[in-house]
Design a protein around this ligand. Structure first.
Ligand SMILES: Nc1ncnc2c1ncn2[C@@H]1O[C@H](COP(=O)(O)OP(=O)(O)OP(=O)(O)O)[C@@H](O)[C@H]1O
Ligand SMILES: [Mg+2]
Length: 277
């Protein structure tokens, strides 16, 4: 089946089920999974073809680290978040809002989709303030102004958002992309929030995938360090997402058509975190 056929089948499905009619899906794509075998961008274009415009937030940690090293700076992390001094912030702005964002838009366009790329600074989308002294210019989101997202979607374009916030003094603040995706999803009251990453989902201490867990269990696994590194902000973003989103999933972006499988089949992939104990 080519992608036109896939779109046809999905259009039928939607006609009968109406599953996502009038609803929004927020997708976070990890910079690291977007290699040559990743089909996520194809899936996003397929969704657009059937009239379901996804809202996309992208990461790009690997690209930021590469460019930091090129200028002789060493990437530093604390609790899965990038310690962001002013020099690092310049690189974050140039890579995330520049190279990574524009390359993604270009790829979506090349696949026949229509996308507009911007950052959380544009239209004042993501308002923030500094999260802590130690992390430097890392932001926590204080307000979300969806105006630009609505305009872009109403015009039929996929919004592709770089996770940067604007501080009270107009300064740019670095956001973890998972955090940004969760805040946007909650503001949109999205039907689903899907995190695509480079592992099958959340793994337990034994290294085996945990398909479903409660919010409480997720907090425990962070506490004991089974969930570590970049999975900490991702899991916390899932927990935040539960404030306004019906379902939050962490899935493997390396699996072919993982996003379409997640949205349109019953075969659950990855980890779903549910509210409660
Ligand atoms: N319990 C766990 N289960 C699965 N992965 C884990 C766990 N604890 C830590 N990790 C790590 O979290 C990583 C995923 O987070 P990471 O921030 O690196 O990727 P990403 O968010 O998809 O990409 P980006 O940060 O570029 O947007 C995995 O590659 C894995 O090394
Ligand atoms: Mg990450």
């Amino acid at each position: 089946m080519n992608s036109e056929d896939v779109a046809g089948v999905l259009a039928q499905t939607l006609k009968y089920v109406g599953a996502f009619a009038g609803k929004t899906v927020v997708v976070k794509i990890g910079g690291s999974t977007l290699g040559s075998h990743d089909t996520t961008l194809e899936d996003l274009v397929t969704l657009q073809r059937i009239g379901l415009i996804p809202v996309v937030v992208h990461g790009g940690g690997a690209t930021i680290s590469t460019w930091l090293r090129r200028i002789g700076a060493e990437p530093r992390f604390a609790g899965g978040l990038r310690v962001t001094d002013p020099e690092t912030m310049e690189v974050v702005l140039m890579t995330l809002a520049g190279k990574v964002n524009k390359e993604l838009v270009a790829q979506v366009q090349a696949l026949g989709g229509q996308a507009v790329g911007f950052s959380g600074i544009d239209g004042g989308l993501l308002q923030g303030r500094r999260r802590s002294e130690t992390l430097g210019l890392v932001g926590t989101v204080t307000a979300v102004r969806l105006g630009l997202v609505h305009v872009v979607m109403a015009s039929g374009f996929i919004p592709l958002i770089a996770p940067i916030a604007i501080g009270e003094g107009g300064e740019a603040l670095n956001l973890n992309a998972d955090t940004a995706a969760a805040e946007i999803a909650v503001a949109l009251r999205a039907e689903k929030l899907v995190f695509l990453t480079d592992v099958p989902g959340i793994k337990g201490a034994d290294g085996i995938l945990i398909p479903q867990m409660t919010a409480r269990r997720a907090r425990e696994l962070i506490e004991v360090g089974v969930i570590s590194g970049g999975m900490v902000p991702k899991t916390e973003a899932c927990l935040r997402g539960l404030d306004g989103v019906s379902r939050c999933h962490i899935i493997d972006g390396r699996v072919a058509h993982a996003l379409i499988r997640e949205l349109f089949t019953d075969s659950g992939v990855g980890t779903m975190i549910t509210d409660g104990d």
